[in-house]
Ligand binder design. Sequence first.
Ligand SMILES: [Zn+2]
Length: 109
Amino acid sequence: MQENLLIGFVVIWLGLTVGSVMLFQRGNDVAKKRRLWPIYTVFSNVVIGGFIIFMQPPTAWMISILILLIPVTLLTIRSTKFCDSCGQASRSPFFMKPPQVCSHCKKPL
Ligand SMILES: [Zn+2]
């Protein structure tokens, strides 16, 4: 039972990774990427949260990590911009303010 759950998480995680590459690294449909990015980010952080609960760390740890996931999720969504020119994602390091220029083609975002 426990092992099946773990395998399930690994499969979901692999799916999310592959899905992220397929959805956000490829193609030039910027509007679609912008629409799907918050959904994808929230979903992947819910999976991380579920995995943390599954690992059953001490309750105080678990609660602080889960609470921390909320701003991390919001900041991840906010700090990632998709370029109109090349369709690539630009992410600001360490959740600083959103990037102003595309990290791939240097056009303003
Ligand atoms: Zn660009």
